[in-house]
Design a protein around this ligand. Sequence first.
Ligand SMILES: CC(C)(COP(=O)(O)OP(=O)(O)OC[C@H]1O[C@@H](n2cnc3c(N)ncnc32)[C@H](O)[C@@H]1OP(=O)(O)O)[C@@H](O)C(=O)NCCC(=O)NCCS
Length: 178
Amino acid sequence: MNAQQQNQSLFPALTTQRLLLRKLEINDAPEIFSLRSDSRVNEYLDRPETTSLTEAKAFIEMITAGVDQNKNFYWAISLKADHKLIGTICLWNIDIENATIEVGYELLPAHQGKGLMHEALLKVIDYVFKTLAFKTIVAYTNAANKKSIKLLERNGFIANGIKEAGGEMIYALKSPSL
Ligand SMILES: CC(C)(COP(=O)(O)OP(=O)(O)OC[C@H]1O[C@@H](n2cnc3c(N)ncnc32)[C@H](O)[C@@H]1OP(=O)(O)O)[C@@H](O)C(=O)NCCC(=O)NCCS
């Protein structure tokens, strides 16, 4: 990311065969609440459960402020035919010096098992390496989170040790241009 890019909002909507990856909106609060209060989604995530719509709205406002300042990328995932949020995918912990960025993702359970996150992740990987020209994408995942591990490995991420704080597995994907 160069100085000019840092001074303007980079946030792009992305599309795949079935999905629109778009900016998060305050109207997404009910679905953000569903995601962040669902014990199946939260099972392996180190975060407090969201307990109200008000909390979900505050979360959206916080995320949107970060996106507008290019501190992170946070896409609402929708099916192309329906604007409703079904999941999210984000890029954060931006390390410009090492051209490294972390990815995170979640899908409402009703939309899992259809290859949708695989489709979203492929697009985001392409964005990181081709548009942002970063060199490495990292992901931290609980060793028991089999679905997440399967997703990462299917997309070429390689296990690279255990994170000291929290004990999560570290996965990394290097740019094909390296
Ligand atoms: C991690 C998570 C996003 C994975 O979701 P997912 O739907 O299993 O992931 P994918 O998009 O890769 O879909 C793969 C599944 O869809 C199936 N599938 C169906 N159609 C497919 C298609 N067209 N292409 C690819 N896979 C397809 C695959 O066979 C696979 O099923 P399987 O797990 O039974 O083998 C989901 O489990 C989740 O949201 N978990 C909670 C949040 C979380 O833990 N996030 C990780 C933080 S590190």
